[in-house]
Write a protein that binds this ligand. Structure first.
Ligand code: ATP
Ligand code: MG
Length: 398
């Protein structure tokens, strides 16, 4: 493979969060490198992930696939950009110049764009300064490609040239998702339903470095095995970004039926939601989670008015994070399409909340009244909650 240009085998990983310093920066970089290693381990090929002077490099060997590697890297939080790098052997300036021209010819054929060359010399043995090299390589490109022009302030193309043991040249950046590596910001419990919103909410929190556990409430036989599988499938899609998700599947049927029998029907959804939060919080505390996450957004449905949110929130001691709180449905749909959960979310299987839903649910529940209604549950509810927790099925989704 002459010059190594026929195939990339190295990627420079760009990452963000520029505010990070010192120890935090190290933790961030180590977590990102570990996550990249973990993800690539599942792919065909051999991969070496190294941290070098504030950069992360991925070197690929064996029978790896470019598209597969790129699509995996673009799902890793913390990565801002992925630069395919072409690596050349070092030599004298003539060799560097001809490698540079070779790169431009193959990577930007027929370009009319403006450019700038930026050389970094880690290998100071090279007998010219970085600025001399910028100028000399720029001139060489201008001579060879008269349609290209220099613009040092706002170039269309930035040719980054790094001289170390070898010479690396890159000019393309494939955008990553940004955010922070999963695992750098604790864990949270996602209330995951089969809808559009909660997978997006989980994804957003995970993007800030939070590891996800999840709880799903189903109501067999009122909800089907397919509805449950749909939620597992959604967890699986989200886990492509977050890593494995511990999913608790709670049988909610008896609790729902009991509430249905004992409480005013228009309060059903709110009371159910309160028990979901309580049970999810139990699992959260067991799993070491630092908060709950839901897909709620103000005013989206009756159970998400400010009054309803107050009532649901009231049963929790852990903080409840609602990353979609100010989002319109359209914005949420857009993200769900981007992260690939949308097509699964819109499959028409019944949700446990819709089955018992009242025709005219309260939209402005009063906490005192809700609490009074719940006193009708006192005979059996503790046992039912205990049984629901004990019979919960827990699986690792990956
Ligand atoms: P989603 O699209 O996330 O289902 P939604 O618009 O259908 O949301 P609701 O049904 O009111 O809204 O649910 C609000 C939130 O409560 C959900 O985003 C989710 O976090 C949680 N939730 C609702 N139903 C369930 C369930 N069956 N299991 C687990 N969590 C649930
Ligand atoms: Mg729902």
């Amino acid at each position: 493979m002459e010059n190594g240009i026929d195939m990339y085998d190295t990627f420079l990983i760009k990452y963000g969060e520029i505010g990070l310093k010192g120890k935090n920066r190290n933790i961030f970089e180590d977590a990102l490198a570990a996550r990249i290693r973990g993800v690539l381990k599942g792919l065909e090929g051999e991969f070496e992930v190294t941290k070098e002077r504030g950069r992360i490099y991925v070197r690929c060997a064996g029978s790896w696939g470019y598209d597969e590697v790129i699509s995996s890297l673009t799902r890793i939080f913390g990565i801002v950009g992925i630069c395919p790098v072409v690596v050349y052997e070092t030599g004298d300036f003539e060799k560097l110049k001809s490698d540079m021209l070779d790169y431009v010819r193959k990577e930007h054929p027929g370009s009319h764009e403006t450019f700038k060359v930026k050389v970094r010399r880690v290998n100071k043995a090279f007998p010219m300064t970085s600025m001399q090299l910028d100028a000399a390589l720029g001139e060489a490109i201008l001579n060879e490609f008269p349609d290209m022009h220099v613009d040092v302030h706002h170039p269309d193309i930035m040719f980054d040239v790094e001289i170390r043991g070898q010479v690396s040249i890159y000019s393309k950046v494939i955008p990553g998702p940004g955010g922070m590596p999963v695992g750098t910001n604790g864990k949270a419990m996602l209330l995951l339903s089969g809808g559009i919103d909660s997978p997006v909410a989980g994804w957003m929190v995970a993007k800030r470095g939070v590891t996800l556990d999840a709880t799903y409430f189903h109501a067999p036989p009122y909800t089907s095995e397919r509805a449950k599988q749909k939620v597992i499938d959604l967890a699986k899609i989200v886990s492509r970004y977050t890593g494995p998700i511990r999913l608790h599947i709670v049988n909610f049927t008896d609790i729902q039926l009991y509430i249905y029998d004992q409480c005013p029907h228009e309060e059903l959804t709110i009371i159910m939601r309160r028990y979901m939060m309580k049970i999810a919080e139990q699992f959260a505390l067991e799993d070491g989670d630092l908060g709950l996450v839901t897909g709620e957004s103000i005013g989206q449905v009756a159970s998400q008015t400010m009054q309803s949110l107050l009532c649901t929130n009231d049963v929790c001691t852990l903080p409840v994070y609602r990353p979609l709180i100010g989002f319109d449905k359209n914005d949420i749909v857009e993200i769900s399409k981007k992260i690939d959960t949308y097509d699964t979310s819109i499959l028409p299987y019944e949700d446990c909340c819709t089955i018992f839903v009242a025709k005219h649910p309260v939209t402005k529940p009063n906490l005192k009244i809700i609490e009074r209604s719940e006193t009708h549950l006192k005979e059996k509810i503790d046992d039912l909650v205990k049984t629901a927790i004990e019979t919960t099925e827990t699986i690792m989704v990956k």
